[in-house]
Design a protein around this ligand. Sequence first.
Ligand code: PEP
Ligand code: MN
Length: 338
Amino acid sequence: MIVVIKPHTPREAIEEVMREVQRLGYEPRPIFGVEQTVIAAIGDERTHHTLESLRAMPQVENVMRVQKRFKLVSRESHEADSVVNVDGLLIGGENFTMMAGPCSVESEEQLLSTARAVKAAGATVLRGGAYKPRTSPYEFQGLGKEGLRLLQLAKKETGLKIITEVLSERDVEHVAAAADILQIGARNAQNFQLLIEAARSRKAILLKRGMSQRIEEWLLAAEYILSEGNPNVFLCERGIRTFETYTRNTLDLAAVAIAKKESHLPVIVDPSQGCGRADLVRMLCKGAVAMGADGLLIEVHPNPAEALSDGQQQVDFGGFEQLTKELRPLLAAVGKKA
Ligand code: PEP
Ligand code: MN
């Protein structure tokens, strides 16, 4: 860390800061300038006490970090792309993974017909919310345990892996028993107790970016899971809230490229929550591939007009088939195996 001392500070006051730096476990190396002095504090910022509290000393002007705050998720700690093995399905690296299915599990017929359609078009993971985080308590909240049962039925028939959202610590155990991948939603992106509990289930976890979460905060949330000893994490960009109203959220495709640079974890893009418009999903998928995404999470419904949640952004079977077809040459161009 770098501690900047205010101009014209007397020598003893500088030494007082150096003693404090030492007391907190760092080696102070002062650089005396004509007007101003800075102290380089040598030590690992991620394992030592932060020096930010030194700002409280009147002679300290600023304290700056040198190292990043995340460790296990960083590219520096693991240079190659992580490849996560979900019960035989490899996600990340040269693999491109299509996760698709309805926003919510609504009925056996709805889920099974969707599972068959997305599988035929090339998806390997079936999505479907059994527990739904709805803005209003009067909206459809999901089928709960019955939804999990239907997801398992679909898995049994099609062999697709299952991804479904876990909303609370209370549900981790039984959702993990039914799912291959736990989805942590945008509204829970910084629910650290839930992240820890989900990590302990040992299941792979898809971590959505929070609606107003900075990339650093998103990576630190993933760090919670890895630091619990669970390295099987996917980062998922799903749009952030901005001033724009043409779209439900603003899909931050730059964040995909940044996450890939900063971290070794696979990055999945959810264009459905990302824009909230079925007519844009196809184009955003192409953008995601171009930005280096490792997979997509797409909402597909047999009849979006009748969906119990997010109808406006779900594509129908034909739309999904068309988009997977259009992605094939792009995936080949970026060297990804579909
Ligand atoms: C969803 O995938 O249906 C969902 C609710 O996602 P998010 O948490 O990104 O809003
Ligand atoms: Mn949805």
